[in-house]
Design a protein around this ligand. Sequence first.
Ligand code: PMT
Length: 405
Amino acid sequence: MGNSSASLPGRHIVLGITGGIAAYKTPDIVRRLRERGADVRVALTHRARQFVTETTLKAVGATLIEEQDGPQGMAHIDAARWADMVVVAPATAHFISRLASGAADDILTTLCLATEAPLLVAPAMNRIMWEKPVTQTNCRRLVEHGTMLIGPDSGPQACGETGFGRMAEPASIVHAIETFWGPRSLDGVRALVTAGPTHEPLDPVRILTNRSSGKMGYAIAAALARDGAEVTLVTGPTTQPTPVGVRRVDVTTAADMLAAVQEHRQDGCDLFVGTAAVADYRPEQASPGKIKKGPASLTLVLVRNPDILSEVARWQPRPYIVGFALETERLEEHARQKLQEKNLDLVVGNLAGPGTGIDSDTNALTLVDSNGSVSWPSDTKIALAQRLAAEIARRLNRDPHGRQN
Ligand code: PMT
């Protein structure tokens, strides 16, 4: 991970430290940044001072930001302008919640709000606090607003528990900072991603649909864009906000989705990722008027929708095609069947169940290709999407850093 050469010459990094036990690792972050040529200023919250001393941070070359330092006590504005990047590590659940709500009630939150520099946040907390929906919602809101998150990692925690919540290691944090300014692994890749459900009308007021929230597909679109890809997201109806840097095309039915995909083919497509839960069948005919209550039973005639992935697999030149498979049993077997039948390069399988698959914030994935399969354990959809983007980059053989997954 990274190296000690001056990969960050003259870069201005503001390191914000909040009050978690992982703060004891921050002098290591400062040391590594300084070794790479960066200039580091540090802002500590009141609680952070209980975990790491100013003396230690100064000893490794950091300059402390104090409110009284700046002109007319405007140190936060001065540092916000000076920064090429603001990094908050560790970021406690409390700090993340304040940041997500737009608070500006101490030097660090004010600095984060006042800066135009990219913001990288490394959450660190007890695993139950991390898993709480409110924390996940706060993190999602930060990502939607363009904040980059790194970690948390899984492992033993200071509280004696084991799970996700450990701050990403200093080496990983510094590597993420280095790669932000380096060439990105998907630079120049044109990606088309489908997401969300489709709505197939039965009559003017009723539809046939499924429970897809769009979370998985939007997270993938965001992760691909973050890694440098030019992303068009063709999406069925969802309440998800458009990820930063992604071009979004809204559609309703499977037929609309196919038409939008075909239309964007002419822009060029190197990578196609089908995460949408496309209705396999639609009503043969949508009634022009509301279907009235009548006999005790009603038979609906459904007809097959076109298969978008199979269509894309016939394109010449053919993009690299990643399909998804949502199953309730025999995940790998069914995923492999889809790989072959739809002529795909990779199928990402997920199970419909508590905390996985459709309409949840977390998932667990099984990647199946012609060489075999690998399973990734439960994680947030955001984290899994980032891992999948890195895996796709590796497969496209375009990762200039040879990043390992
Ligand atoms: O949106 P979320 O709530 O976050 O949930 C995410 C998800 C569960 C929807 C997602 O992870 C997922 O698994 N998406 C695929 C769901 C699905 O419809 O699987 P499938 O096994 O029916 O389809 C297999 C593949 O063919 C999928 O890539 C699908 O997009 C594609 N397909 C299916 C039908 C069709 N007519 N055209 C297609 O291209």
